[in-house]
Design a protein around this ligand. Structure first.
Ligand code: LHQ
Length: 257
């Protein structure tokens, strides 16, 4: 059974974390397959990426059995070879990545979700910075993204206490964009992915680049970057189409070019 499934249809790539009997916990094989799937999403045929989990969980993070396996990859490799390349790929991918949190998201599983461009969750989902419970520190970008998403105090408390946060609490905190009732989740998440796949993909890529850099830039640097990226956006076919459609009072058809 493939630990990662990748399906591409009508501009939407769906990456499914697929070890349901282990709550989609990551082992080395799965981490490499995830990196490959994200690389495959660089194709121009993809204009939006959805990441979700098979079965009842999104992901329980690192497969803890692999950590203690004497034939396993070893602590020195797990972050540098498994998770960090996944996080950097998601942030560098020049298209929107939508995390569809379909169930519990713990440890690195939670943080892979939280580094995505938009995070939606089903009402029964939950998030756990499970690390302190096993004597580790939040990784996979947890100490980078969480304080920026929800503020220092809440991030600090969640990272230290490892409290379970419900989808509704996560939405209130700003960790999640929207929560949908379980019965509507698949349809609502897919509708959002469809909208994203029909937007001007290059403008979204430039937006993502600007937001990535806003984490580290001064205001002046950011204003200069917006200027540069806006000029690039204004040279796309989609910009011409957007303005023409507005003036002609019709719906634009963006092609991601
Ligand atoms: C699992 C796991 C799992 C293996 C459930 N591994 N089997 C980076 C650097 C280096 C090393 C370490 O890791 C990291 C990054 C990290 O992600 S560290 C954090 C690792 N994750 C955790 O500590 C979470 C561990 N799991 C849990 O706390 C619970 O399973 C949660 C809260 C996620 C779900 O609870 P339940 O819904 O009650 O499910 P369960 O605990 O009964 O689990 C179902 C099965 O899945 C069970 O197997 P079994 O054969 O008994 O049915 C678990 O053993 C297995 N499983 N998580 N991470």
């Amino acid at each position: 059974m493939n630990a990662i499934l990748l399906e591409i249809n009508n501009g939407i790539a769906t990456i499914t974390l697929n070890r349901p009997d282990k709550l989609n916990a990551f082992n080395r094989e799965m981490a490499f397959a995830m990196q490959q799937a994200l690389d495959d999403c660089k194709s121009d045929t993809v204009r939006c990426v959805m990441i979700t989990g098979a079965g009842k969980a999104f992901s329980a993070g690192q497969d803890l059995a692999e950590v203690v396996d004497p034939n396993g990859p070893g602590m020195d490799k797990i972050l540098s070879e498994h998770y960090n390349p996944i996080i950097t790929r998601i942030r560098a991918l020049e298209k929107p990545v939508l995390a569809c949190i379909n169930g519990v998201a713990a440890g690195a599983g939670a943080n892979i979700g939280l580094c995505c461009d938009i995070v939606v969750a089903t009402a029964s989902a939950s998030f756990i910075q499970a690390f302190s419970k096993i004597g580790l520190i939040p990784d996979s970008g947890g100490t980078y993204f969480l304080p920026r998403l929800i503020g220092w105090q809440k991030a600090s408390a969640l990272c230290m206490l490892g409290d379970k946060v419900s989808a509704t609490e996560a939405e209130q905190m700003g960790m999640v964009y929207k929560v949908f009732p379980d019965a509507d989740f698949n349809e609502a998440a897919f509708a959002m992915a469809t909208s994203l796949s029909q937007l001007p993909t290059q403008a979204l890529a430039f937006t993502k680049k600007a937001l990535n850099n806003s984490m580290i830039h001064s205001m002046d640097q950011q204003l200069q970057m917006e200027d540069r990226l806006q000029q690039q956006a204004s040279k796309t076919e989609d910009f011409k189409e957007g303005v023409a459609a507005f003036l002609e009072k019709r719906k634009p058809v963006f092609r991601g070019k």
